[in-house]
Design a protein around this ligand. Structure first.
Ligand code: MN
Length: 207
């Protein structure tokens, strides 16, 4: 088996003006494609075809940097695309909304903390909302293409349900060095219905 680049569920220009067409096109067809291609090369070398990517990432300390970087890159970008929408649900409801209120005090505080995590990540990486193995939610930042699934994290392990790519390739064409503006724009295309779905799936796994 080999990994393939998932189709985007919207057009490259669908997230304008927040995420521009050129960035989306290059990000998907070149950056994400490269992670897929290099993951397939690395998986072939290691003979890991039988493992799910999630299981590989959960035990990533056993594997090579090529699998860590490209397996993470494929997983992270797939999640990222799935949680964006040109017609997003702008606020969470139900159990996730209650959990956000309990842990952070409310949606505005969660957004502020994710922004802080993204701004605080030196160099390339991601900011995450994730479900810890004890069932509560938390925020983390990780370097490169790492994510909370990876056992190389000492703290902040769990299932990612929302991720913001803070590599410069995600924003530089439109926002240049203004990562803060990009992080603010992210909320205009973030679809909470997708995050709610991932939250429910993650909760089912940690129970
Ligand atoms: Mn990226």
């Amino acid at each position: 088996m080999s990994y393939t680049l998932p189709e985007l569920p919207y057009a490259y220009d669908a997230l304008e003006p927040h995420f521009d067409k050129e960035t989306m096109t290059i990000h998907h067809t070149r950056h994400h494609q490269a992670y897929v291609d290099n993951l397939n090369k690395a998986i072939g070398e290691k003979g890991l075809e039988e493992e799910t990517l999630e299981d590989v990432l959960k035990t990533i300390s056993k594997y090579s940097p090529a699998i860590r970087n490209n397996g993470g890159g494929h997983y992270n970008h797939t999640l990222f695309w799935e949680t964006l929408s040109p017609t997003p649900k702008t606020e969470p409801e139900g159990k996730l909304a209650e959990e956000i209120k309990t842990v952070f005090g409310g949606l505005d505080e969660l957004k502020a903390q994710i922004k802080q995590a993204g701004l605080g990540q030196f160099g390339s990486g991601w900011a995450w909302l994730f479900v810890k193995y004890n069932g509560t939610i938390g925020i983390a930042a990780t370097a490169n293409q790492d994510n909370p699934l990876m056992d190389t994290n000492i703290t902040n392990q769990g299932y990612p349900i929302l991720g913001v790519d803070v590599w410069e390739h995600a924003y530089y064409l439109k926002y240049q060095n203004k990562r803060a503006d990009y992080l603010d724009a992210f909320w205009s295309v973030l679809d909470w219905s997708s995050v709610e779905k991932k939250y429910a799936e993650a909760l089912a796994k940690v129970k």
